[in-house]
Ligand binder design. Structure first.
Ligand SMILES: [Fe+2]
Length: 265
């Protein structure tokens, strides 16, 4: 008796059979679902593996590209160095000049907290600033006395000529071109080739101007007597702010002291 109603043995067996049948259907559906999900999971794992391999291949390609770019940059730097050395071979007084100017610029750049791209740009410009002198005759380059007006006119072209040569080198930063073109400009507008003044002169050119003048004064030149670093720096300071940027001079002084251990004041 169930709920006050008599259920026959037959009905109980029928209900049990029905329930069993439904349970078997559910079990079958569960198995199907399980196998479908398992297949999906395997496909997902394969997709993830493909993604991982693709990511790895991409990383390797990026690393290879970076290495190639670094090699090309080094090659461009090597060309600039070779051109500067070719020029310096013609004039023994200037041997090592471009490298020293580049070193001084790096010292100043570090003190001025320049970004690495700016440091790279100014180092290129410093090494290449005078390579346009390659087209100037030896008689003029090594002339001990004063230059005539026509000789000066030729000499004044060298910043633009240097920039034109460097412009041909694909991997030299374009920002270095202005530093090369403007390295003989002066803050008061009395420089060359254009006579621009103040902030119109880029920072790289101001740095090269200081390093260039300091090296010219502290190494043997046919047209000048050699000065001690202390004397040279004093002369530069006396010429600022008309010619040289006081902030750059200060960075040079700190950089010089940090690297040589000798104060300039
Ligand atoms: Fe120059």
């Amino acid at each position: 008796m169930m709920g006050g109603t008599l259920v026959s043995q037959h009905e109980i067996e029928e209900r049990l059979a029905l329930n069993t049948q439904q349970l078997m259907i559910y079990a079958q559906e569960l198995r199907d679902t399980y196998w479908r999900e398992r297949q999906r999971s395997a496909e997902l794992e394969q997709a993830l593996e493909r993604e991982r391999r693709y990511g790895q291949a991409l990383k390797e390609a990026q690393a290879e590209l970076s290495a190639t770019l670094a090699r090309l940059r080094m090659a461009a730097s090597g060309v600039v160095t070779a051109l500067a050395m070719a020029l310096e071979q013609r004039d023994p007084y200037t041997e090592g000049h471009s490298q020293r100017v580049a070193t001084y610029c790096l010292w100043m750049g570090q003190e001025l907290k320049l970004e690495s791209a700016e440091l790279e740009s100014v180092a290129y410009a410093a090494k290449a600033h005078d390579i346009g002198k390659i087209g100037i005759p030896d008689s003029l380059l090594r002339k001990p006395g004063k230059l005539t007006e026509s000789e000066w006119a030729l000499m004044r072209q060298h910043p633009a000529r240097s920039a034109s040569i460097v412009e041909q080198l694909e991997f030299v930063p374009k920002a270095s071109l202005n530093s090369i073109r403007q390295h003989h400009e002066r803050l008061d507008g009395s420089g060359y080739p254009v006579g621009i003044s103040g902030d119109a002169i880029c920072l790289g050119a101001r740095m090269i101007a200081v390093a260039d003048a300091f090296d010219a004064m502290t190494t043997h030149r046919p047209y000048n007597s050699i000065r001690t670093p202390l004397q040279a720096f004093q002369e530069l300071r006396d010429s600022a702010p008309a010619q040289y940027d006081s902030r750059v001079l200060e960075a040079f002084e700190i950089g010089w002291r940090r690297h040589s251990g000798v104060p300039l004041t």
